[in-house]
Design a protein around this ligand. Structure first.
Ligand SMILES: Cc1ncc(C[n+]2csc(CCOP(=O)(O)OP(=O)(O)O)c2C)c(N)n1
Ligand SMILES: [Mg+2]
Length: 609
């Protein structure tokens, strides 16, 4: 931050105090947020006014609050910083809550600012609109989000408000999760001291040097004693901004590297030591054997949900593992607390002595068996994902929505420098579309700041998921963003069909005519026709992906490109069928009776038994 008071706190005039609303937005801008998502309401309007007074901060606005929460989540993930949304008392904040819950469980930094009723209305329990019943407790909505946030500033006075705002912004970064800032409407324009804005917020985790040193030594001792180390990378490495520290460690310990479904792309998948996704029994041939024989697996940033661990079928024993978790480290069963991931990885990689570091050979994996439908002219799940992976370019951000996409994409190997974003643990369908809007804005901000080349955003979503949040495509058109929106049209909820009720009507959906999406959102008919593409065969998809405006939608700069890909409703990626098969023989019988193909996991002599 500069030492110039007027510039750095955004105050027009050298005053000692500024309105609380102005303080809030200035601080939020200072921690790296440039866009504010949300929906106006009469309890946040005057608060929103102050956004326009902060240079470089932009109001985006969304089509509903759930989408705003998803967009803030996507912005945060792509920025590797925080996202922010504003909602209004009750109706707005509750609508956002499902999105916030996803950010909570997936450890994404989101700042949720809520414009509340005035303190007088709250104290008198007035029956103000959006409240619940007679004699309403206006804080009932605040209470509802207690378990979905890492911190909250429940402002009730301008006194101490500055400290509270600063405290929760720090918590957002350090704990990597959502925070709430509740602002009763009558305190928005009260004056607070401006001086704090001159002091940059410390956003790095507090260090316990002794704990870090103890854990580092324990890690090094275990590593030096190991004969066959392996590195297993998961998504929390990215979330806790420890990717460069991990890369430093990888350069010092030559050994096989694996990722998870959610951790793909963090490690360069073209690295000669990278062997693929380890997902328990739901792994490509040879992968499970290669990691499970290691006597020291460095499990980094693990988020071991069922969907990210092959239905809990991983077989890495605690006595053969070092867990580098967000805030603690467990070395072969002994836990060290207060060891944040980033400084710990930095300490280990800087202290490791190359002369003592073990070096493991990299096994050759058996060739990948081919699906039996590989020669089909029609588009299939088996061809779609490798085709899309081959289309990726360095610096792209690819979103895989919950559904066949989230299970299909992990089967492909990415080029270097791809950011893969999926919400595979929380799995709230509809999330990916607004999140992709947030990502596009983050990519714009980063390229404007020169911190990242302008990659493309690829949104890969299902026809079922698209229905929940399709309105946000209108916002993409309005903002002239350039995502590639790839919609898997398989006539319904295929991922649910493969779990149960393959032919039940509850797994059918409202069919959309996707060619009308862009014109409906007011793109001109000519432009919308040029930006809409449909592929039912492999040849058609190849042709679309070769188009200049699809390869370079950012350079073309004429709004989103929509690519509808048609696949059979009973076609599923082998990883998904195999994941369901981990539930046992009855699940396999139900799938095969319904007509799905299930891989023979026992013998591994082909994907399709
Ligand atoms: C908000 C929400 N509602 C319901 C579900 C249950 N659900 C999980 S996946 C899915 C269907 C996804 O269908 P689609 O997007 O078409 O993907 P496909 O598997 O067909 O490719 C549903 C309904 C959910 N995860 N989240
Ligand atoms: Mg579908």
């Amino acid at each position: 931050m500069s030492g110039n008071t007027q510039e750095s706190n955004g105050v027009n005039g050298n005053t000692d105090t500024i309105p609380l609303g102005r303080y809030l937005w200035t601080r939020i801008k200072q921690v790296g947020v440039n866009r504010i998502f949300g929906v106006p309401g009469d309890f946040n309007l005057t608060l929103l006014d102050h956004i326009y007074d902060v240079e470089g901060l932009e109001w985006v606005g969304n089509t509903n609050e759930l989408n705003a929460a998803y967009a803030a989540d996507g912005y945060a993930r792509t920025m590797h910083g925080a996202g922010c949304l504003v909602t209004t008392h009750g109706v707005g904040e509750l609508s956002a809550l499902n999105g916030i819950a996803g950010s909570m469980t997936e450890q994404v930094r989101v700042i949720h600012v809520v414009g509340q009723t005035s303190r007088m209305m709250q104290n008198k329990k007035m029956m103000i609109h959006h409240s619940i019943g007679p004699d309403p407790d206006h804080q009932v909505f605040n209470k509802a989000s207690t378990n979905f946030r890492v911190a909250a500033a429940e402002l009730q006075s301008e006194q101490g408000a500055v400290e509270e705002i600063d405290r929760v912004l720090r918590e957002c970064y350090v704990k990597s999760g959502p925070v709430y800032i509740f602002v009763p409407i009558d305190i928005v324009d009260l004056q607070v001291p401006a001086a704090a804005l001159e002091r940059p917020l410390d956003l790095s985790p507090s260090k316990d040097s002794k704990a870090l040193e103890d854990a580092t030594q324990a890690v090094l001792t275990a590593l030096y004693a190991s004969k066959s180390p392996a590195i297993f990378v998961d998504c929390l490495v990215d979330r806790h901004n420890a990717v460069s520290e991990l890369e430093a460690l990888i350069s010092k310990v030559p050994c096989p590297i694996f990722s998870t479904n959610m951790g793909k792309g963090i490690v360069d998948e073209t690295h000669p030591n990278y062997l693929g996704v380890y997902n328990g029994t739901v792994s490509a041939l040879g992968v499970a054997a290669a990691i499970e024989k290691s006597d020291c697996v460095l499990v980094v940033g693990s988020l071991a949900s069922d969907t990210n661990s092959g239905g809990f079928t991983r077989k890495v024993l605690a006595e053969n593992a070092i867990y580098f978790d967000a805030n603690s480290t467990t070395v072969k069963g002994t836990k060290y607390a207060t060891t944040p991931l980033k400084p710990l990885l930095a300490a280990v990689s800087s202290q490791i002595k190359s002369s003592q570091a073990p070096s493991a050979s990299i096994p050759a994996l058996p060739p990948r068996p081919q699906e039996d439908d590989i020669s089909s002219a029609e588009l299939t799940q088996s061809s779609l994902w490798p085709t899309l992976a081959a289309f990726l370019q360095p610096h792209d951000v690819i979103f895989g929505e919950t559904g066949t996409a989230a299970f299909g994409i992990p089967d492909s190997t990415f080029p270097a420098k791809i950011q893969w974003i999926t919400q595979t643990y929380y799995g709230s369908i509809g999330w990916a579309t607004p999140a992709a809007l947030g990502s596009e804005m983050a990519l714009q901000d980063q390229s404007a700041a020169g911190t990242r080349p302008r990659g493309r955003t690829l949104l890969v979503t299902g026809d079922g998921s698209m229905m929940l949040t399709a309105q946000e495509i209108g916002n993409m058109v309005k903002q002239n963003l350039s995502p590639l929106i790839i919609i898997v049209n398989n006539a319904g909820y295929t991922i649910e069909r493969v779990i149960h009720g393959a032919h039940q009507s509850y797994n059918d959906i409202v069919p959309f005519a996707y060619q009308h999406l862009l014109p409906f959102f007011n793109m001109s008919p000519e432009q919308a026709a040029a930006n809409f593409h449909r592929a039912a065969t492999k040849a058609e998809l190849d042709e679309i992906l070769a188009l200049e405006r699809v390869r370079d939608p950012v350079g073309y700069a004429k709004g989103p490109q929509v690519i509808e890909v048609v696949v059979d409703k009973m076609d599923v990626p082998w990883r998904l069928a195999t994941q369901i098969a981990t539930r046992g023989p009855e699940a396999v019988k139900e799938m095969t009776d319904a007509g799905f193909k299930v891989r023979d996991m026992e013998h591994g002599d082909g994907f399709w038994a």
